[in-house]
Design a protein around this ligand. Sequence first.
Ligand code: PEP
Ligand code: MN
Length: 337
Amino acid sequence: MIVVMKPDATGTQIETMTQQISAMGLTPQVIKGEHQTVVAALGQERPGMAESLEVGEGVEKVLPIMAPYKRASSEIKKDRTVVKALGLEIGGTKIAMIAGPCSVESEEQIVSIAKKLRDLGATGLRGGAFKPRTSPYSFQGHKEEGLRMLAAARAETGLAIVTEVMAPEHVPMVAEYADVLQIGARNMQNYQLLQAVGDSGKPALLKRGMSATIEEFLLAAEYILDRGNPDVVLCERGVRTFEDHTRFTLPLATVAYLNEKSHLPVVVDPSHGTGKASLVASMSKASVAAGADGLIIEVHEDPKKAASDGAQTITPAAFGQLMAQCRRVAEAVDRSL
Ligand code: PEP
Ligand code: MN
């Protein structure tokens, strides 16, 4: 529930309210607004709790938080969350562009493409060192060696590193190298991983599970937020449907809906969302128009030779064109790129 304090409530009254909430076994979260302070009381509520908070000094009213995802909900936080990692900023007026290969293949490859992408305007570098592959016989990534290669690319370019972590026990290691920890679609409901990322102190990029509802997606984000990590980026990457003209079906109403229901920034992955390089630019423009705060795109110097996901990967030249097109769309929706 949310305890709305009166506009003239004193600091002592607010402090007393947080203590009262804690004494009930709930977690208080003070949110200072322009005119009023509200104190969210998070946790398992019991009957009678709202009534006893309502009579506290300086309290105007107590409202229920309707959404099951309390911390992710726009009900408790009106201003939008901006997630920052080095020069990468997701959720502000500028649209974040995270680009790079599906997999980190070699130091030479990742450093070379990182330089090109930075020069073309990317603000984040993606690349998998731990790869969740459908087949155990497919390339599984260079693992810690791959993380070192990513760190070399960051040292060379200053780009923030976005890379996937697949197991809770790997979180401390990946967090040593990465600026943003990516949680893959296949792991969206790996609750121990979500909690470990919540404890890591690093921003998280949480991909929507391929058959997860939006409520399940936001509740997964809640696991990270609940560990005291406020820096969660939501990523729509497409869901499984009966359609087979694309690898997944990329629903962009998700972007607008998430912007309504949550204060967390939203990025779209048109590469996995379509599985087809020829569709990436169109869906990137559509994502920006729909209100996305960023894009995460697979780029490789020679997509045909990519170690993974070549069919959905674009070239640096195509990325440059996409940037120019998206910039015009961004301006039309009062954003920049
Ligand atoms: C990836 O980003 O390369 C990836 C494996 O993504 P997803 O988890 O969305 O399939
Ligand atoms: Mn991929």
